[in-house]
Design a binder for this molecule. Structure first.
Ligand SMILES: [Zn+2]
Length: 139
């Protein structure tokens, strides 16, 4: 189990850590409401705090945005996931993809040779992750 990792923006490479949480900005797809969100760095742990406090609807998609460079962090592999850079140490990093659909608690950690998944899709399954192409053999 991977814990205590540092998350960085894949675009500007800056640290997204705020204390022991991952701090991002978010934008609701429905409407233009924006805010700040703190996520747990533990894969599959979907506890979060928003500032100001909001309640997301089940199945609602939220766009996560880097608080440093304002980049949309939606994964190019699948727009329903946000992609962060997970630094294990100075030399090793993984891609961390987590679902941006509220209620879908899936996180994928893409390492050099495998995909680890954490959490479950709660109820409704958003299962187009299988269509991802992983170049696992190309390192
Ligand atoms: Zn950034």
């Amino acid at each position: 189990m991977i814990k205590h990792c540092q998350y960085h923006c894949p675009k500007c490479q800056k640290s997204l850590m705020k204390g022991d949480k991952v701090e991002l900005n978010y934008k609701r797809v429905s409407g233009s409401e924006k805010g700040r969100i703190h996520l747990s760095p533990e894969p599959g742990n979907y506890e979060f705090i928003t500032f100001p406090k909001v309640t997301f609807n089940k199945g609602e998609r939220v766009v996560f945005i880097c608080s440093h460079c304002d980049s949309d962090l939606s994964s190019e592999k699948n727009k329903k996931f946000a992609e962060l850079k997970m630094m294990v140490n100075d030399f090793i990093f993984f891609e961390a993809l987590f679902s941006t659909v509220h209620g879908d608690k899936r996180t994928y950690i893409i390492t050099q040779d495998e995909v680890d998944s954490y959490g479950d899709a709660d109820g409704e399954v958003h299962d187009d992750f299988e269509n991802f192409s992983f170049d696992a053999d190309v390192v």
